[in-house]
Write a protein that binds this ligand. Structure first.
Ligand SMILES: [Zn+2]
Length: 198
């Protein structure tokens, strides 16, 4: 029988997932001491919105995006953000920040009775647009990744940016199929956001 630590060691090199492409971002800080990393936050992003397949999201997260390259980029000029992970439309997986560190994805946020979700969550960006649909390959990669995260961290909650910053953020939105992810993972429904939020 494989001990859980041994299984996690196979999947992880510290807070770096072995089965992702690694492109380290400077946009992170240490987590607060004793952070209880029990939350995964799911997002959607594409740059410019709705255009897929380019290098712009990786460039944004690594502070290399050319703000002059597209009119939309002027509207986010100077933004310094990151996520731990990025899942492309074809399921390809990138990692930018060590999961033991705090990435800059949730912003002002509140969930399961706690503020500042960046402190104690892992952020995953899906290539897509708010309220758009996501590809089967993305659900597959996302489910495998969430299971791996739960091998290393005591995950008890998974939610969208829209749930941790309601009114301010809408991603991933109505096109994301939480029930599908729940079936893939086999996690208790209590781990997932309630279908309707006030
Ligand atoms: Zn988001």
């Amino acid at each position: 029988m494989t001990r859980p630590e041994a299984a996690a060691g196979h999947l992880w090199d510290g807070g770096w997932y072995r089965f992702a492409r690694h492109e380290p971002s400077p946009n992170f800080r240490p987590r607060p001491a004793g952070a209880d990393i029990d939350l995964i936050v799911v997002h959607s992003i594409s740059l410019p919105p709705g255009l897929y397949g380019g290098p712009e999201v990786q460039e944004l997260f690594c502070n290399r995006l050319d703000w002059e390259a597209h009119p939309y980029f002027k509207s986010i000029e100077g933004l310094q953000v990151s996520a731990h992970f990025y899942v492309r439309r074809d399921g390809q997986l990138w990692q930018f920040v060590d999961c033991d560190h705090r990435a800059w994805h949730a912003g002002r946020s509140h969930y399961r009775g706690r503020d500042e979700c960046n402190d104690d969550s892992v952020g995953i960006e899906l290539e897509g647009i708010e309220h758009g649909h996501f590809e089967p390959a993305q659900y597959e990669t996302l489910a495998g990744l969430c299971a791996a995260i739960a091998q290393r961290y005591p995950v008890r909650h998974i939610a969208g940016h829209e749930h941790v910053a309601p009114g301010r953020k809408q991603d991933p939105g109505s096109g994301f199929d939480w029930a599908r992810l729940q079936r893939c993972l086999g996690w208790p429904v209590e781990f997932f956001p309630r279908p309707t939020q006030p």
